[in-house]
Design a protein around this ligand. Sequence first.
Ligand code: GLN
Length: 392
Amino acid sequence: MTQPRLLPLYAAMPVTIFEEMSGLARQTGAINLGQGFPDGPPPPALLEALGRASATQSHQYPPMAGLPELRAAVAAFYARTQGLDLPPDSVIVTSGATEAVAAAILAVVQPGDEVLLFAPAYDAYAPLVRRAGGVPVFVALHPPLWQYDRAAIEAAITPRTRALVLNDPLNPTGTVASAADLAMLADICTACDLFAICDEVWENVRFDGQAHASLMAQPGMETRALKIGSAGKIFGATGWKVGWIVAAPPIAAVVGRAHQFLTFTTPPMLQRAVAEALARPDIAQDCTAGWAQTRQCLNEALTRRGFALLPGSATWFACIDLPASGIALDDRSFALRGVHEAGVATIPLSALWDGGGAPTHIARLCHCKPEAMLTQAVDRLAQWRDRLDAGE
Ligand code: GLN
């Protein structure tokens, strides 16, 4: 009996590290500081808006590009928080930011195109580029600052380069591109005629007191940037899978063609609730203020117990340097053994690194959890480190 062949790209692909580690945490009962999601419900005001929307609004297909009120609310949110001047038809609502990344790549990448990715990179980018027939070309960033190096970027660009993907703030490192970086990247995009797929899902999860600045706001970028955002990240409701992509209307229209055959629409009551919440600055601000506290709690606990933190000022994550923390395991062993032996799930940074030369000495820990859970997790990791030291 023969079997038709499945697509090798997916057939040979492991399940994502986020699913792997959350699955292990569920199986073992470990504290899950792996996949990024807050422990507990989203803000009551968001749930109240959802209740109202659910009781009063249609539950049937909303417009393909998103509810008009959410498209307008996203445009108004970016006008208010980032000074962007976007007409509502520049917004396409998607079922989460990962769908937005997929739609952007499908809309932009043609077979044979090269797409510049920075490593570390969110693990969806490279497979999506490959599935679109493109070739990911990696530019490695280097710890501890993960800075963008103009010469390295220019060396990776060829006449076939169509786009770059910029994740800013950057997951997993929590670092943020400087104003000079953004100007340099815009300069390269305009000089080399590139699209920029800007995954800015962490734009509201910054702890450096700075307003987020988008690559889209740089001169010449308004017709090249495809900017992606996430209500799940802004409001701590990751399971809602409400995201969006904003681009100049002619680009957004083409992204909409990709989106219409991916998920087509996103649940209207969720869209309606997000639209209401985006219009109230206090809701998002309170979320970020709460995460500033959980971040401080985790970072202080880690430092107190002798774990070496890497610098970072955004996202729900802290990164630790394993050898500098007295741990002689690579990141994947730390994550896999840590679930069983310490009862704590983490994410190995190398899982977010496609291409060669991955650093294997850094682990990512999620901080948006109750403080008692964070201190218990750090205690467990410290005690496990002592047992490893004792050769047990
Ligand atoms: N963005 C999340 C993280 O980095 C994972 C999202 C997912 O698992 N799809 O942890």
